[in-house]
Design a protein around this ligand. Structure first.
Ligand code: HEM
Length: 375
């Protein structure tokens, strides 16, 4: 394990090789005082930079404060190393509603997402003024990071919802192997990777020309779309292998597009099966999500598997915590999800139960902090 650099042109946790674990939290700002928010963002920067380096949230935080003070670091990561921890911050549309004098700084694509066919969104798992995505190879390191940032924000922010993810469902560099999701399929094969710099500029990083005037702070940043997607694993597990493969459009063992041999073979939507029908069915997930069907749209997927106990009706409450980064959510996620919601064969087996949209600022230069960057 290594220390992932905290500062740079872009925030870590977007094209950083996807770690194994995630703790994501959405928060609401409870203070009315913009100064308190700005000071918290400054304090968060310091604590985040320390924790990412494998240190305590505050110097001497675990035991150095002496016996008569509440420790400034909660301690559960005291003996653990940095575990590739990344902490990524994002701002929701509501943060720019005028409460903090930020209305003029709102980038225009930071508008709430529309509803989609089949959505079953729980307001208690959706929205938020801010988000923090902590990813690490050790779950305790990710949870510790979120917990200590939340603790620093007591009285200024409160937790709206949070999500733990236990297994990555994407590869974000060419050297990473493709993991599997809870339907047992390789997930993240056709993703944008850290090495694809041209595609990143085109599809992931907000370009200077996209955000002019007082929204220019977002240049070099990215929009984060989070969707908590329940997967009805019991129904899936009763369907045949062929049905499952037809729904996705790839084979289960190798992850090859149907009609091809190996995982990285290009998809051929014209290929025919032995019965003369399209090898990749017309309503297969990869056909509908493919850039060739969407006017060239792509996104960078960086989601995680979750299981949150049971639903009280004898089923696992399990699924995919879908996280994707993009240059404009209304030009990319919205048309893609519209196409999927309307026709995707996968829709029968899944349900979107939570949603969030956040603008993640660019990386920090030396000496800069999140408060100064935003205000
Ligand atoms: C591809 C699963 C939701 C966008 C795939 C693949 C699998 C998969 C197995 C093929 C391997 C790969 O290239 O990664 C799932 C499951 C989902 C889900 C189980 C829900 C629980 C979504 C959503 C979106 C999306 C909500 C976007 C709105 C894509 C895209 C591809 C893809 C863009 C690549 C298509 C290509 O270019 O070949 N997904 N997915 N997926 N998925 Fe999903």
């Amino acid at each position: 394990d290594q220390v992932v650099p905290f500062r740079g042109a872009h925030q870590a946790g977007i094209i950083t090789p996807a770690q194994d674990r995630m703790h994501f939290v959405a928060l609401d700002v409870v203070t009315k005082d913009p100064r308190e928010l700005r000071e918290l963002l400054m304090a968060w920067t310091g604590a985040a930079e320390r924790m990412v380096a494998g240190a305590e949230a505050a110097p001497g935080g675990v035991i150095g404060g002496g016996p008569h003070k509440a420790p400034a670091d909660t301690g559960e990561a005291f003996d653990l190393d940095a575990s590739n921890l990344t902490i990524t911050i994002g701002y929701g549309p509501a943060l720019f509603d005028g409460r903090f004098g930020l209305a003029g700084r709102k980038p225009s694509p930071l508008r709430e997402l529309p509803g989609f066919v089949g959505d079953d969104l729980d307001p208690a798992r959706s929205g938020g003024d801010l988000c923090i995505q902590a990813c690490a190879n050790d779950p305790q390191v990710a949870v510790h990071a979120v917990r200590n940032l939340v603790r620093l924000g007591f009285g200024t922010v409160s937790v709206r919802w949070s999500q733990l993810g236990f297994g990555r469902t994407s590869a974000t560099t060419r050297t990473q192997t493709t993991p599997r999701n809870l339907f047992g399929f390789k997930d993240g094969t056709a993703n944008i990777r850290a090495e694809d710099t041209e595609a990143l500029d085109r599809h992931v990083w907000v370009q200077p020309a996209d955000v002019t005037g007082s929204a220019a702070w977002l240049a070099g940043g990215s929009y984060l779309v989070a969707r908590r997607i329940r997967m009805h694993v019991e129904v899936w597990d009763r369907s045949t292998l062929q049905e499952q493969q037809d729904v996705i459009g790839r084979d289960k063992g190798e992850g090859a597009p149907l009609g091809q041999q190996s995982e990285l073979d290009p998809v051929d939507f014209d290929a025919k099966g032995a019965d003369g029908r399209p090898a990749i069915p017309m309503d297969a997930h990869v056909r509908l999500a493919h850039e060739s069907r969407l006017g060239g749209i792509r996104i960078l997927r960086r989601g995680y598997n979750f299981t949150d106990g049971s639903d009280g009706l004898g089923h696992l409450d399990a699924g995919l915590f879908f996280v994707a980064f993009m240059r404009d959510p209304h030009e990319q996620f919205v048309p893609m999800q519209r196409a999927l919601a309307a026709r995707d064969a996968l829709s029968e087996y899944i349900e979107h139960t939570g949603s969030g949209l956040f603008a993640c600022p660019p990386g920090l230069d030396d000496g800069d902090d999140w408060g100064r960057q935003l205000f």
